[in-house]
Design a protein around this ligand. Structure first.
Ligand code: NAI
Length: 261
């Protein structure tokens, strides 16, 4: 895919990895639809992407736009993707990036007695945003891509935690499910010239990881063979490759400094 002028929708684009990916693609001349539940940060993100595009010499008018929405809500997803296609006249790519954490052990016990359990709401929130939302967004985006006959490219942001990480029953299950759907969709949508890939980041410095306790961050960093956390733009770099390379489909690119859980 030639990114110059391509229209790419990025969920969770208001901050962190989503924003870094949007800025990198904008600097390649892509037009970006940023979807996020946080409307306030979304406007700042549009400004930052615009700056990245202008700095790289691209100045498509109205190239970057904000679409505030909850990507786990079916009605909102359907109408936002219809709006994107009507505003831009096309949709070439989708990055399923929005995600949340609600970590907790399945259960905690003291002196042989269970004292705490992972709640159903902790479970459901993570499944809704990290698993159901990519299903809803991919179904909506792929519908427009197939109807337009132009094909497209979809990238799912999974995680090293898909291998099964302690304290993350909900998140590991969602990301493993998203990795499986990456393969399913690559098989199902190839006939429509739609490629589907995934990225499994290791520990990347963003707001999501800044909430970890400093001791936990330090302990975790020591276990990474490259001895540092990743930078958001290193994930964006992998995304650019997956979007641009027209023979990549059905694969997971692991960008984790060599860490294995
Ligand atoms: P973040 O917490 O900084 O950003 C997530 C964004 O998603 C926020 O802007 C948030 O408002 C948005 N969002 C949350 N729920 C939403 C909803 N229902 N509808 C629309 N937007 C919603 O997270 P970060 O670190 O940028 O992570 C991005 C993706 O990368 C996530 O899927 C995460 O699981 C994954 N990831 C992150 C890693 C890291 O180390 N930061 C490692 C592995 C994977």
């Amino acid at each position: 895919m030639n990114l110059n002028n391509a229209v790419i929708a990025i969920t969770g684009g208001a901050q962190g990895l989503g924003l870094a990916m949007a800025c990198r693609l904008a600097a390649q001349g892509a037009r970006i639809a940023l979807l996020d539940i946080n409307a306030e940060r979304l406007s700042e993100a549009v400004e930052l992407c615009d700056q990245a595009a202008r700095k790289a010499g691209f100045g498509h008018p109205h190239a970057i736009a904000a679409y505030p929405c909850n990507v786990a809500n079916e009605d909102q997803v359907e109408s936002v993707f219809a709006n994107i296609v009507s505003d831009y006249g096309q949709l070439d790519g989708l990055v399923n990036n929005a995600g949340v954490l609600r970590d907790g052990l399945l259960l905690k016990a003291r002196d042989g007695e269970v004292t705490d359990r992972l709640s159903l709401s902790q479970w459901q929130t993570v499944i809704d945003v990290n698993l159901t939302a990519p299903f809803l967004c991919t179904r909506a985006a792929a519908t427009h891509m197939v109807n337009s006959g132009r094909g497209g490219s979809i990238v799912n942001i999974c995680s090293i935690s898909m291998a099964g990480n302690m304290g993350q029953s909900n998140y590991s299950a969602a990301k493993a499910g998203l990795a499986a759907m990456t393969v399913v969709w690559a098989k199902e949508l190839a006939r429509h010239q739609i490629r589907v890939n995934g990225i499994a980041p290791g520990f990347i410095a963003t707001d999501m990881t800044s909430h970890m306790k400093p001791e936990a961050l330090e302990k975790m960093t020591r276990q990474i063979p490259l001895q540092r956390m990743g930078a958001a733009d290193e994930i964006a770099h992998a995304l650019q490759f997956l979007l641009e390379n027209d023979y990549m489909s059905g694969r997971m690119v692991e960008v984790d400094g060599g860490l294995r859980l």
